[in-house]
Design a protein. Structure first.
Length: 557
């Protein structure tokens, strides 16, 4: 190992001092990973960017000769993949230095792995282990742990290192300026609480260099008023498409893909002028991030409660979901379901930390089980008495014509409760939830991984701009959240780190249905101090992704 990066430790130490001591530092840790390089169409391309970075967080050099990276397959019954990547004899990792294992095209690579396969590493539902020459487990990271058997076949020593692992998908998409290629990296080099969901975020890729982004007290909503509609917000990065400026009162403009960046006209924000939108207009899911770590945000967000007008008897559930959060999320932003209204049995959404979740769910069905033209408590009792039966009819609690009385029928009842109905009816319900997502995990209510602190049913309210905020004290764990005049105080874990992020996922079907969507759309709070204007980005390279732009590119695999 050369000494080419020996002088970096003073800068890293200074950054850690500025960021604060928020977690234990392991001596040698897995610090950053690109396990799955992807094109725009979500298909695998090559392994040219794939790598694993080790970091020495201690104050003394370590002989890492014979250290090995092993890959544990969490699928039944649990076993190692054949590949073992062993570090060469005579290798010493200096204090606060990095060691990069991967493809020869990766910057600062120290050990080049042979190519020839599609992927250098097994990344789906895998525990990446770092073991020393005596085969003692030094560190571990679990990736895409939502899949299949989840953590059922993880060993006790692995679980002690990973917690729930990194729950969401871990792809690194091919993007170009002004966006930034990203990886799964520790928020702070060497910080290891043994909960992957608290330690790792979706960060700009930095093999052989520090992951650490600046830490600022609060996220400052960019002033988009000096930008043109469609310009990218350069102080953000994204899994696919960064934040963009829009005129809320005008649908459009068209993106290079031919879709409206602002799907439909809405009222101007209380601040007026331009606003910001965060989504991929070609459909599916997208996640955008601030380029700094924050402990606080406050913004004006538009919440649309109008009918989605896309559910049918053939596609009885349509939905969209957004999160404004502090922490991280996964690039595809798989559908979250903390309200239970979508009736998912499991969810792949990899969000962590603290956030406001907006779910707009439309269900087609008939929850008037007693045919009195009113969906009420009597219908709920009929569902309750018959739940689980097969060969069911509407009269026995089957709202969605599946011939079985299930939890999905209960969700249809919840969406339609209080309305007059006769036969199949499409009804939209909009809820706002304050959620402590912690280290991440399954968002569905019965798993109890995400903690819903407060829920607001906005279904009967008009679409409108609302104030949303979260203020987190990492020293005490105290959280003060704001929804208009509502102030909610609660306590959570101390020492959390994360970006401001806005995630969006639509399950609306045909592209035409996106005309009724409302991705994260936000602005500065009216009357707040003016944010630093974003530079005009009309001359920046138009975002395009290798492999072409397709309407299906954001679909989770």
């Amino acid at each position: 190992m050369s000494d080419r990066r020996m002088g970096r430790w003073t800068l890293v130490a200074l950054l850690l001092s500025v960021l604060g001591s928020r977690g234990a530092l392991g001596q040698i840790v897995i610090n950053e990973i690109v396990a799955d390089e992807r094109t725009a169409s979500s298909g695998t391309t090559s392994e040219t960017r794939e790598f694993i970075e080790l970091y020495n967080a201690g104050n003394s050099p370590v002989d890492i000769s014979g250290y090995a990276l092993k890959y544990w397959n969490l699928a039944s019954p649990g076993s190692y993949f054949p590949a073992v990547d062993t570090i060469d004899p005579g290798t010493t990792l200096l204090s606060h230095d990095y060691y990069v294992i991967g493809n020869g095209a990766v910057p600062n690579v120290d050990k080049v792995l042979a190519t020839g396969g599609i992927d250098l590493f097994a990344g789906a539902n895998t525990v990446f282990e770092l073991r020393n020459a005596s085969d003692t487990l030094i560190d571990a990271v679990g990736l895409e742990t939502f899949r299949g058997t989840e953590l059922d076949f993880a060993t006790p020593e692995q679980l002690a290192q990973i917690g729930r692992g990194y729950w969401g998908q871990d792809i690194s998409a091919d993007v170009v300026s002004p966006n930034r290629i990203s990886s799964i990296g520790r928020y702070q080099d060497g910080r290891d609480t043994n909960f992957n969901g608290r330690d790792f975020g979706y960060l700009p890729v930095t093999p052989g260099a520090s992951n650490n982004l600046p830490l600022v007290p609060a996220y400052v909503v960019p002033n988009a008023d000096t930008m043109s509609a469609g310009d990218f917000v350069t102080s953000s990065y994204a899994s696919f498409v960064p934040m963009r400026a829009i005129d809320p009162t005008v649908a459009g403009p068209l993106s290079p893909d031919g879709f409206n960046i602002n799907p439909k006209a809405i009222p101007a924000s209380p601040q007026g002028g331009k606003a910001i939108i965060a989504w991929d207009d070609t459909g599916g899911g997208n996640a955008t991030f601030s380029d700094k770590y924050v402990n606080k945000f406050e913004l004006s967000a538009y919440i649309d409660t109008a009918p989605l007008n896309s559910a049918t008897t053939a596609a009885r559930v349509r939905n969209e979901a957004s999160i404004y959060g502090i922490g991280t999320t996964d690039p595809f932003f798989g559908t979250p379901d903390p309200s239970g209204l979508v009736a998912l049995s499991s969810a792949s959404n990899g969000s962590t930390g603290l956030g406001w979740v907006i779910q707009r769910v439309e269900r087609m069905g008939d929850a008037d089980f007693d045919d009195n033209s009113q969906v009420d408590g009597a219908d709920f009792l009929r569902w309750q008495q018959n739940v689980g039966i097969t060969a069911a009819t509407n009269a026995t609690g089957d709202a969605d014509a599946s011939a079985t009385v299930t939890g999905a029928d209960l969700q249809t009842w919840k969406v339609q409760a209080g309305v007059s109905t006769g036969g199949d009816v499409a009804k939209t319900k909009t809820v706002l939830l304050l959620v402590d997502m912690g280290e991440g995990g399954d968002s569905v209510p019965f798993r109890d991984h995400w903690k819903v602190i407060k829920s607001f049913d906005l279904s009967a309210s008009a679409s409108a701009w609302h104030t949303l905020g979260i203020d987190y004290n990492p020293a005490t764990g105290q959280v003060t959240a704001k929804f208009d005049a509502n102030v909610i105080n609660f306590n959570t874990a101390t020492g959390q780190v994360g970006n401001f992020y806005a995630g969006y996922r639509e399950g609306l079907g045909a592209a035409a249905n996106r005309a009724n969507s409302r991705p994260p759309t936000f602005d500065m709070i009216s009357g707040s101090a003016a944010a630093v204007p974003e530079p005009a980005s009309g001359t920046l390279v138009v975002l395009c992704l290798a492999g072409g732009l397709t309407a299906s590119r954001r679909r989770a695999r």
